[in-house]
Design a protein around this ligand. Structure first.
Ligand code: SIN
Length: 539
């Protein structure tokens, strides 16, 4: 089946929904999402959105904090653009109906998180993402110009280059995106979605690692599709590990927000001793990379399975009203955080690299845009400042929508060449689901062990030796059998794992989130630059 709209949006977190609402004023939109509309990383975001809203804060301070944490790789023009737009974009959310916790003098209650020199995190208790997602989803579902397709997952992007290869010589100018082949995961059918503009808003790739704070959907689909289509990808070695995810045998992916440390929570070892002062002058409020590495080292030295986060010295009613979601979840697991420390471990949390874009969200493929965690805009550099991610998604969904408003009238309504329907090339049903689940498990485990918080060349080479054959096997398997969402996700995490490993090997230094024992110092002379690669090679 063929579906045609002006704009195709892939993904339904803040980036996808925010963008769809803006462009729907002047364009028809098909929005596909892998599962339910609100089953996204945005919905799980606890901390909040960083923006200059407090009386003691200034754009310059937020810019300086972002640049410091980014360790020389954040692009100053992009940092400035994002920070300066923050208050306007937040105002738009409030006008749509989002409720944030009130503070004094008709202002907002502003939280503090690691690496921020001021209180500047606007939040809705500890469920900020859910509040933002709720309001955007309501508006999207009510909009007559937006058609939502749940349980639809991108397979491959369709580029003019690929269409024309069937009959003509291809030139550089022919690289443009026409839409995507999309799997309806309920029926198993692959449909063709054509659009004048395609937006990737598919989120991150935490599922590449064994332990992650991300939801199951975070399998790097956008990066993998863009890479296969020839787009430039950058900085994938910078994977952010959140220092404090709940450690409990039955708790999957549950984050203990950094906002707890912002409100005075302290990290303790199993004997109740503080340890962060040994690692960083900002102690428990140090940036995430330092805290995650410190916890990793403490756990390795002691042999313990976790460390502890303690906020029990604060009044119980404050804890319950400021962190109702975390309090409730811990209580369900028989942990009363008003009286005892919470067991925590680091877990993969955020992908700072992604599909390279410029200031309007444009990728290196014409008419293909990327916004949110899937993108690499230059904001985060080598490490992301806490709560800058929802801000980035807000600002770039606005930027990309402005670009679409200007560009759309100049784009052809339908491709000039017929786009062939998806061809299964005689593939058959696979009865070997076990092959897929084994490879999943294997990739996630060696990525955790060898390409995690602390790396070394020998660990990275081990990972590289494993991913090559697995990728080969998956690609063979992929063409033989009818595709399923599990197979697509496996293929995507394998592509993303391969990119992370190659980029981590290339960066022979330690900077921000990339720490290599063989090169423990930053090397500005060789590596104060982004890591850039496309399917054609290094850039
Ligand atoms: C948190 O609440 O700790 C997560 C915030 C973020 O990832 O920016």
């Amino acid at each position: 089946m063929e579906h045609i709209s002006d704009i195709l949006v892939m993904g339904s977190g803040l980036a996808g929904l925010g963008y769809a609402l803006k462009v729907a004023d002047f364009a028809t939109v098909n929005l596909i999402t892998k599962r339910g509309l609100t089953e996204t990383s945005t919905s799980l975001a606890q901390g909040g959105i960083a923006a200059v809203l407090g009386p003691d804060d200034r754009f310059e301070y937020h810019i300086a904090d972002t640049l410091t944490v980014g360790e020389g790789l954040s692009h100053p023009d992009i940092v400035e653009l994002v920070v300066r737009q923050g208050p306007d974009r937040i105002r738009e959310l409030v006008e749509l109906g989002a409720h944030f916790d009130p503070g004094q003098d008709n202002g907002y209650d502003l939280g503090r998180e690691g690496g921020h020199s001021r209180r500047r995190i606007i939040h809705a208790h500890d469920m900020t993402g859910a509040e933002v997602e709720r309001i955007l989803a309501e508006r999207v579902l009510a909009h007559p110009n937006i058609r939502v397709f749940e349980n639809h997952m991108g397979v491959n992007l369709i580029t003019l280059e690929r269409v024309m290869r069937q009959g003509r010589v291809v030139t550089e100018a022919d690289k443009s995106c026409l839409g995507a082949y999309v799997l309806n995961t309920a029926t198993g059918q692959v449909d063709t979605f054509l659009a004048r503009i395609t937006l990737l808003a598919t989120g991150g790739a935490g599922k590449v690692y064994l332990y992650t704070s991300n939801p199951d959907i975070a399998t790097g689909d956008g990066v993998a599709m863009a890479y296969r289509a020839g787009a430039l990808i950058g900085n994938m070695e910078f994977v952010q590990f959140h220092p404090t995810c709940l450690y409990h045998p039955t708790a999957k992916n549950f984050l203990i927000s950094e906002a707890l440390r912002g409100e005075g929570a302290i990290l303790l070892d199993s004997r109740g001793r503080r340890f962060m002062e040994k690692y960083h002058e900002l102690k428990d409020l140090a940036p995430r990379d330092s805290v995650a590495r410190a916890i990793d080292e403490e756990m390795k030295k002691s042999g313990d399975d976790c460390v502890y986060l303690d906020i029990s010295h604060k009044p119980a009613d404050f804890i319950q009203s400021r962190f109702p979601n975390i309090y409730q979840r811990c209580l369900e697991l028989a942990i009363d955080m008003t009286r005892e420390p919470i067991p925590v471990v680091p877990a993969a949390h955020y992908m700072c690299g992604g599909v390279v874009t410029e200031a309007w969200g444009r990728t290196t493929i014409a008419n293909l845009y990327a916004v949110g965690e899937v993108s690499m805009t230059g904001l985060h550099g080598a490490n992301r400042l806490a709560s800058n991610s929802l801000l980035e998604a807000l600002v770039f969904s606005h930027q990309a929508a402005q670009a679409a408003r200007e560009t759309l009238p100049q784009l052809q309504v339908k491709p000039a060449f017929p786009v062939a329907a998806w061809d299964t090339y005689g593939a058959t049903d696979s009865e070997e689901a076990v092959v897929v689940s084994h490879s999943w498990e294997e990739i996630r485990r060696f990525m955790w062990n060898y390409v995690g918080i602390v790396r070394s060349n020998s660990r990275l080479h081990r990972a590289q030796a494993r991913i090559g054959p697995i990728l080969q096997e998956i690609n063979d398997y992929y063409w033989k059998f009818l595709i399923t969402s599990d197979l697509l996700e496996l293929r995507n995490i394998a592509y993303v794992a391969d990119l992370i490993i190659r980029m981590a090997l290339w960066r022979e230094e330690s900077r921000g989130l990339h720490y290599n024992l063989d090169f423990p110092q930053a090397d500005d002379a060789r590596f104060r630059r982004d890591t850039l690669i496309s399917s054609e090679g290094w850039h």
